[in-house]
Design a protein around this ligand. Structure first.
Ligand code: FE2
Length: 308
């Protein structure tokens, strides 16, 4: 086990995490995971799997490499490589399991290490939960990529603090569920825990509701309303080339679920949402959580006390 950092967010270590830059390295191991990052947001590596995880992620640039399941991800630029099948590459690297060469990157941003995801398909980009550092996220996106949508899974400051700067830099449309838009407008003010993030979110360009579909290149993301952590929480279920990918925000984490003791939280609602996710999200789905590790529905159905 090793951990190293010399900038914000530091190394995050569950196996081997190593970071020399902002947001450090992020590595964890179920079996053998190795993450190494020399740039902003560091590397993200994980060995995660079904008895044979040998993940290796290596990143020298923002978003670093991302390796998964006995494969190798290697990235020297933004969004790094994403090995999930056969990723190997530089800027927005090689793709993996998402058909059509779609790319997924992670920026770990802000004081409580929020996972901001970048999904790129056919030159179009969706950014999910730019919680902080909107300008830095913009600067580290691959060249030539057009950010079409910025979607917030919910309105907490650590998920929307970077929306304003990213929207100004990209001209992307900002979307959130109407029930959380007001919460997001206060993102830059100190939270109940006394933390604050870059900026208040602007008024949304679009509000999202159950069944809405966001199209990015050849990928689609269908909105599932997921109240509980906040009233306007949503989950984005991938389709098309994003099949088996699901952005769950703070509704569900590896081995855990979102808290309901913050303003607008409702434990009964969260329970109902989790029951619905259990019924409707297929086991082979990758769950892209708002903090911490990426997991799969299959693993959570087996191990998560809130789903069992
Ligand atoms: Fe949250």
């Amino acid at each position: 086990m090793s951990e190293h950092d010399n900038c914000c967010c530091g190394g995050h270590d569950h196996g081997h995490g190593h970071g020399d830059g902002c947001c450090g390295g992020h590595g964890h191991e179920h079996d053998h995971g190795h993450g190494h990052g020399d740039g902003c947001c560091g590397g993200h590596g994980e060995g995660h799997g079904h008895g044979h995880g040998h993940g290796h992620g290596h990143g020298d640039g923002c978003c670093g490499g991302h390796g998964h399941d006995d494969k190798h991800g290697h990235g020297d630029g933004c969004c790094g490589g994403h090995g999930h099948g056969h990723g190997e590459g530089g800027c927005c690297g090689g793709g993996g399991c998402h058909g059509g060469g779609d790319q997924v990157g992670i920026f770990v941003v802000g004081p409580i290490e929020t996972n901001c995801y970048v999904y790129i398909s056919e030159g179009e980009c969706l950014v999910v939960d730019p919680g902080n550092s909107g300008q830095a996220i913009f600067e580290h996106l691959p060249e030539g990529v057009s950010v079409k949508y910025i979607v917030a899974t919910h309105g907490h400051g650590d998920h929307v603090g970077g929306v304003k700067a990213l929207r100004e830099a990209t001209g992307a449309k900002y979307a959130i569920h109407a029930a959380d838009a007001e919460l997001a407008r206060h993102a830059g003010e100190p939270s109940e825990q006394g933390r604050s993030y870059d900026d208040n979110a602007p008024d949304p360009d679009l509000t999202l509701a159950e069944g809405d579909v966001i199209e990015v290149g050849s990928a689609t993301f269908t909105v599932m309303e997921a109240p509980g952590h906040t009233p306007g929480g949503i989950v984005l279920l991938g389709g098309g080339t994003a099949e088996h990918m699901c952005f769950v925000g703070d509704t569900l984490f590896q081995g855990s679920c979102g808290r309901t003791d913050l303003a607008g939280g409702d434990s009964e609602q969260l329970k109902a949402t989790l029951a619905r996710i259990k019924r409707e999200v297929p086991p082979e789905t990758n769950l892209m959580c708002g903090h911490g590790e990426i997991t799969t529905m299959e693993d959570e159905l087996r191990n998560n006390p809130y789903l069992v």
